[in-house]
Design a binder for this molecule. Structure first.
Ligand code: HEM
Length: 411
C-alpha cells in the first residue's frame, strides 16, 4: 500500500506521475491511517465520476463503515450531522432534486450580472493596496487580494455581513484543513456554522426575503417541493466553503505560476482576451481542487484492473488526471494556448461544479485587474519558502509574498 510522500503537498504532480506510470488506481494510506483507492488516470477518473455504483451519500448503511474510517480525512467534514444534507453528499434521485432546486440561483445571466460588482471589489482592494504601497516590505497577496475578493463576493451573494468574514475564514479552514485542525476544532467550527446559519435563516424568514442567495434558497420551489431546514443550511454551508476555499486558490495559484515567468505575466497587460484561456490552463495545470470529495463503492467493482470490495473509499485525483500525458500533450507544460483543454478541475458528471461560472468570472477579473495595475509585480521569496496547505482536497498557498515593484499604474 502506498503512502503520501513527505513532500506531497509541495510537489504532488511528481508523485502522481510515478503512480500513473505504475497503474491507473492505487491503494493508499493517508496520514491519518485511512485506507482509500486513489484514481490517477484521466480516462478512469471521468469514468468513476460518472459511475452510478460509486456513491456519495454518507447516510446510507453501506457508507457507514467507509465514512467512519475516513474520519474527515478528505472532503468537506460534516461532523455536524445537520450540515451534511447537501449536493456533494447526495446521489440520485435526491441529488437531482436538490440540484433542480438550487440551479436557478446560479443561472448564467445572474452570474454575468455580478461582473460590475466583482470589478468594483477588485478595484477597491487594489486601491487599498495602493494606499499602503509606500510602506516597505513584501505584501501578502493571499490575504490582501486573493482571499478577500471571492469572500466579499460570496458574503454579498449570500447576504451575510462582511464583518463576519474572518470568523467564516477560520471555520471554513477548520472544515477542510483536516491535517491541521483537531476533530474538536472541527466540531466547534461546524457547530458555530450551524448556529450562525440557523440565525441567518430565522432572520430572513422574520424580516422578509431579500435579493440575496439565502432568500432565493428559502424561496426555491419546484412543483411544490422545497428545501427542508437542514437541506437549506447544508446548502448554504457548501456554498460558503466552496466560495472560501477554491477561487481564492485559483487566483493565488495563477499569480504564483505567472510570476515564475514575469514576461508572460506582463504580456497579459492590454490583452484581456488572453486571460480566459490562461485561467482554463491554470485550472488544469495547478487547479485548487487536488482530489475530489469522498466517494465509496456499494458493490465489489473492478477499476483499472483492481478488484475493489464494497464499502471502500474512492478518491479521484483531479490534479493527476489533469496531468495525464496520455490525454494532454506535453501535460507538464503550462500552455495558455492549449485547445481544446478538457480539464476536469471542476469535476465531471452530475456533481460538476455549480459555481464554475462564478469562479471563472472572479478569476478572470482578478487577474486582468491585477496585471493592469501592477505590471511589474514580482515574487518576494524563493519558491522553496512558500508554504502549501496540507489538505488533500485543496491545493493552495498559505501566503504569497510579493513586491509591488514600482508605482502602480493609475487608472
Ligand atoms: C476555481 C474554483 C472552483 C473549483 C476548482 C471547484 C471545483 C469543484 C469540483 C471539482 C466539484 C465536484 C467535486 C466532486 O465531484 O467530488 C465541485 C462541486 C461543487 N462546487 Fe465548485 N469549485 C469552484 C468554485 C465554486 C464556487 C465559487 C461555488 C459556489 C459559490 C462552488 C459550488 C459548488 C457546488 C455547490 C458543488 C456541488 C455540485 C454537486 O454536487 O452537484 N464551487 N466544485
Amino acid at each position: 500500500m502506498r503512502q503520501l510522500p513527505p513532500d506531497f503537498f509541495r510537489a504532488p504532480y511528481a508523485f502522481y506521475a510515478r503512480l500513473r506510470a505504475e497503474g491507473p488506481v492505487h491503494e493508499i494510506q493517508l496520514r491519518t491511517g485511512v485506507r482509500a483507492w486513489l484514481v490517477v488516470d484521466y480516462g478512469l477518473a471521468r469514468e468513476v465520476l460518472r459511475n452510478p455504483a460509486i456513491r456519495k451519500d454518507p447516510h446510507s448503511t453501506t457508507a457507514a463503515d467507509a465514512r467512519r474510517a475516513s474520519s474527515g480525512d478528505s472532503g468537506i467534514n460534516t461532523s455536524n450531522e445537520r450540515l451534511s444534507y447537501h449536493l456533494l453528499n447526495a446521489d440520485p434521485p435526491q441529488h437531482s432534486r436538490l440540484r433542480r432546486l438550487v440551479t436557478p440561483a446560479f443561472a448564467p445571466a445572474r452570474i454575468d450580472a455580478l461582473a460590475p460588482r466583482v470589478q468594483a471589489i477588485a478595484d477597491g482592494l487594489l486601491d487599498a493596496i495602493d494606499r499602503c504601497s509606500d510602506s516597505t516590505g513584501p505584501l501578502d497577496l493571499m490575504s490582501e487580494y486573493a482571499f478577500p475578493l471571492p469572500i466579499t463576493v460570496i458574503c454579498e451573494l449570500l447576504g451575510v455581513p462582511i464583518e463576519d468574514r474572518d470568523r467564516f475564514r477560520a471555520w471554513s479552514a477548520a472544515v477542510v484543513d483536516t491535517t491541521r485542525a483537531s476533530s474538536e476544532q472541527m466540531r466547534q467550527a461546524t457547530d458555530a456554522i450551524t448556529e450562525y446559519f440557523d440565525g441567518l435563516v430565522a432572520r430572513r424568514r422574520a424580516e422578509g426575503l431579500g435579493a440575496d442567495l439565502v432568500s432565493d434558497l428559502i424561496a426555491a420551489n419546484t412543483d411544490g417541493d422545497r428545501l427542508s431546514g437542514d437541506e437549506l443550511i447544508s446548502m448554504i454551508f457548501l456554498i460558503l466553503v466552496a466560495g472560501h476555499e477554491t477561487t481564492v486558490n485559483l487566483i493565488g495559484n495563477t499569480v504564483f505560476t505567472l510570476l515564475g515567468d514575469p514576461a508572460r505575466y506582463r504580456a497579459l497587460r492590454g490583452n484581456p482576451d488572453g486571460v480566459p484561456p490562461l485561467v482554463e490552463e491554470m485550472l488544469r495545470f495547478n487547479g485548487p481542487v487536488n482530489v475530489a470529495t469522498l466517494r465509496y463503492t456499494t458493490t465489489p467493482i473492478t477499476l483499472g484492473g483492481r478488484e475493489i470490495p464494497a464499502g471502500e473509499l474512492v478518491l479521484v485525483a483531479l490534479g493527476s488526471a489533469n496531468h495525464d500525458d496520455r490525454h494532454f500533450q506535453d501535460a507538464a507544460r503550462f500552455d495558455p494556448q492549449r485547445a481544446p483543454n478538457g480539464h476536469i478541475a471542476f469535476g465531471h458528471g452530475i456533481h460538476f461544479c455549480l459555481g464554475a461560472g462564478l469562479a471563472r468570472l472572479e478569476a478572470r477579473i482578478a487577474i486582468t485587474t491585477l496585471v493592469e495595475r501592477y505590471p511589474d509585480l514580482r515574487l518576494a521569496v524563493d519558491d522553496a519558502e512558500l508554504r502549501w496547505r496540507e489538505s488533500i482536497l485543496i491545493r493552495g498557498l498559505h501566503d504569497l509574498p510579493v513586491e509591488l515593484a514600482g508605482a502602480p499604474v493609475l487608472r
